[in-house]
Design a protein around this ligand. Structure first.
Ligand SMILES: [Zn+2]
Length: 334
């Protein structure tokens, strides 16, 4: 069940059509919108149709136990569809096929499921799909804002790499890895090159963005951690969810985290900003329906949140949150 190479991916227009006929009767875990797009052209009747949402271990184990017998499970949609399908595959030992409907989904390229326990995220399980099907037309059926949010989990390399270096300098693991750190930089260069293609949701933009997610997912597995792409920008996002009790589209709140944290890191914030602007990723509080009070509270809570949660060492641990921090955050998102 182990694979020493990145996951297999198939790219094309309308390649998810008739997939149900090719795979045969299966458990389908699908978000409603992409399933609406595919249902009539899927080619088989699902043995069970699951709407993803709850990612607690208790719920997912209940699902895996109670679903009917099947030889295959298919995930269709966003991250929670991929993660739910992975858990069912792992627990039931049946084949897995993934059809991401957004280019923001790196969950189709990671082996573990991101379990949610309140605002805490924990990774468990081991899943390698038979194939990841990237259907450009299915992705373009999604709102453009959701497509343009796809850069978030690649852009995060920008701040995460800085945090990793800071952590190592302060004696915190995991150990530095030149290859992974260089790959982080290369990912940012690639994002600069494709930002406008992502903005327009072209085939090439979608493919090259998904290739970045694939590369990052594979590297996480090879390294055994995600330090090169997950740092204080993600911790900001988790802290935001903890403080407000709300969820914002992951790629968007992570992009907000990158803009703010790169400014606080004094780590080429203009570079991150240029990418976000070129890709058209929503980031202003007005477009995301965030209040400055929520952002300020998130920042105020952040040092305590990362310490209590045992998150990797990052700039968040060193932050003295005062009015100058709030001012930098305002400038970063303006
Ligand atoms: Zn992420």
């Amino acid at each position: 069940m182990t694979s020493a190479s990145p996951f297999e991916v198939s790219y094309g227009r309308n390649i998810a059509q008739r997939l149900g006929a090719a795979i045969g009767p299966a458990i389908v875990v699908a978000h409603p919108e992409p399933w609406e797009h595919l249902r009539d052209v899927w080619g088989s009747e699902p043995l069970a149709l699951v709407t993803p949402g709850d990612l607690s271990k208790g719920f997912l184990d209940g699902l895996a136990r109670d679903l009917p017998g099947a030889d295959a499970v298919v995930g269709i949609g966003g991250g929670s569809a991929m993660d739910t399908a992975k858990w069912i595959h792992w627990r039931r030992e049946i084949s897995l096929h993934q059809v991401p409907s957004l280019p923001s989904v790196d969950a189709c390229f990671t082996r573990m499921t991101a379990l949610r326990d309140g605002s805490n995220v924990r990774y468990e399980g081991d899943a390698v799909p038979e194939m990841v099907y990237v259907d450009y037309e299915l992705m373009r059926a999604a709102p453009l804002a959701m497509i343009r949010a796809g850069i978030g989990d690649v852009l995060s390399c920008h701040t995460a790499r800085f945090d990793w270096e800071l952590a190592v300098r302060n004696g915190h693991g995991p150990a530095w890895d030149d290859v992974a750190a260089a790959a982080s930089l290369a990912s940012i260069c690639e994002l600069e090159a494709i930002a406008e293609l992502v903005h327009e949701a072209t085939d090439e933009g979608l493919r090259r963005l998904m290739e970045q997610h694939r590369e990052i997912g594979w590297r996480c597995h090879e390294l055994g951690h995600a330090r090169f792409e997950e740092g204080s920008e993600h911790f900001f996002a988790y802290c935001f969810e903890h403080v407000t009790g709300r969820t914002i589209l992951h790629g968007e709140i992570v992009a907000v985290g990158v803009l703010i944290m790169s400014a606080l890191q004094d780590n080429a914030p203009d570079r991150a900003r240029a990418i976000v602007k070129a890709a058209g990723t929503r980031h202003s509080p007005a477009t995301l329906d965030l209040s400055w009070e929520e952002i300020d509270t998130t920042l105020r809570m952040l040092p305590q949140f990362v310490a209590a949660g045992g998150y990797w060492y990052s700039l968040a641990n060193e932050l003295t949150v005062d009015t100058s921090v709030f001012a930098l955050a305002r400038a970063a998102l303006s």
